[in-house]
Design a protein around this ligand. Structure first.
Ligand code: GAR
Length: 200
């Protein structure tokens, strides 16, 4: 089976990008890192590994669709099999979701369907749940609503702050995100309705 070309979309510090690089997934080739913020630390990480970087700054576009059209254009030459949203903080419209139908996966810092959207660790703390975690899911046209691939849990302690909780969540993200990418690239995931079946 040939390697799958993956595009990793980032906006921030890139700790998940680093975890994916470190995992050295045999079935995946990190073809490009795409970033919407030129100054993001993730860009530096990618460059330090000689991974091609494409920067498309969302601030240069008044319409989300135009931003996404530009991304699609920039990615054309990489023959992308999988788009990995690793802390990409832009909501995607149906334009790009349908262009890469069932080929976009996202990591979310909560146990979906609880606490979608932003500030999920804080939402969990404020709600008073005892367990939260992270979710890797396929991206559909809703916000954090696509079929779930993998989840991992984290216990919330009485003295957890948003920062300490995020640290625990990140540690789990760095395990399950590379694992989910590996499963996709080995063609072991099948979507059936809301469910994702994993081939052993
Ligand atoms: C991760 O915790 C990821 O779950 C979250 O952004 C962080 C990026 O960290 N994503 C979302 O909240 C998406 N809605 P990183 O840049 O260090 O990988």
């Amino acid at each position: 089976m040939s390697k799958k070309n993956i595009a990793i979309f980032v906006s921030g510090s890139g700790s998940n990008l680093q975890a994916i690089i470190d995992a050295e997934i045999e079935s995946a080739n990190i073809a490009v890192v795409l970033c919407n913020r030129p100054e993001a630390y993730a860009v530096r990480i990618a460059k330090s590994y000689d991974i091609p970087v494409e920067v498309v700054d969302h601030k240069n576009f008044s319409k989300r669709e135009d931003f996404e059209k530009k991304i699609i254009l920039r990615l054309e030459k990489y023959s992308i099999d999988l788009v990995v949203l690793a802390g990409f903080m832009r909501i995607l419209t149906p334009l790009i979701v349908n262009h890469y139908k069932n080929k976009i996966i996202n990591i979310h810092p909560a146990l979906l369907p609880s606490f979608p959207g932003i500030n999920s660790a804080l939402q969990a703390l404020d709600y008073g749940v005892k367990i939260t975690g992270c979710t890797v899911h396929f991206v559909n046209v809703g916000v954090d609503t696509g079929p779930i691939i993998l989840q991992s849990t984290v216990n919330i302690a009485n003295d957890d702050t948003e920062e300490s909780l995020l640290e625990k969540i990140h540690a789990e993200e760095h395990k399950i995100f590379p694992e989910a990418i590996k499963l996709f690239c080995e063609e072991r995931l099948r979507i059936e309705g809301r469910k994702v079946l994993v081939k052993e």
